[in-house]
Write a protein that binds this ligand. Structure first.
Ligand code: CO
Length: 209
């Protein structure tokens, strides 16, 4: 018996249930994808994009990494965003953080995580920029939650600084970026109200002519 048997058993059960619900499901989806959403989320196993939004395969293009970072030297992420925006023509980019994020909490500590310390530096930079607000929050749990929110807002801002995203806005194309947070304790997604759909709020030095 394969050590990963549950993966195949689960797949068999899923194929059966899917075909019962819609006999043409795979015929349709194998023709192509037209997702309206790009999801940039955390790799955390508890925050699967389609499942927590009750969406079917074909609805959400996905990029996940530790603590949902948008880093302008990450060729993987930039390629996913480029393809989603320029070819799939998604209408919405969702940056989705989650409370209790191990990456964010790790960055908030002074512990060493080996190679990961490099990745977490980006989050430490956010902490440092907001240290007055964060240091004033006595409850560590609350402070972590606030850093999760600030991290999401920062990644939304990072997306708005990308030249090919500004190009879409310049061309009058429908593209908005949203910052959301997911709660592991109740399963709810909340909109942080930091959406962007133009370069209006992009600081001048980051605006491309
Ligand atoms: Co996380």
């Amino acid at each position: 018996m394969s050590a990963i048997n549950e993966i195949f058993e689960g797949n068999d059960a899923w194929v059966k249930a899917t075909l019962e619900r819609d006999p043409h499901f795979f015929d349709q989806l194998s023709k192509g994808q037209t997702p309206e959403y790009l999801w940039i989320g955390c790799s955390d196993s508890r925050v699967p994009a389609s499942e927590i939004t009750n969406m079917l395969p074909g609805s959400i293009f996905v990029q996940r990494n530790i603590a949902n970072q948008v880093n302008n030297t990450d060729i993987n992420l930039l390629s996913v965003v480029y393809y989603a925006v320029k070819y799939l023509r998604v209408k919405h980019i969702l940056v989705v953080g989650h409370y209790g994020c191990g990456g964010v909490l790790g960055a908030m500590s002074n512990n060493k995580f080996g190679f990961l310390d490099n990745w977490l530096t980006n989050i430490k930079n956010i902490y440092h920029a907001h240290r007055k607000e964060l240091d004033a929050i006595e409850d560590e749990h609350e402070r972590g939650n606030r850093l999760v929110e600030l991290n999401v807002a920062e990644q939304v801002s990072n997306l708005s600084k990308i030249s090919f995203i500004q190009e879409e806005w310049e061309a009058g194309n429908n593209l908005s970026i949203h910052g959301l947070v997911y709660s592991l304790s109740n399963g709810k997604l909340v909109d942080l109200g930091v959406s962007r759909d133009s370069n209006e709020d992009v600081p001048a030095i980051f605006q491309f002519a």
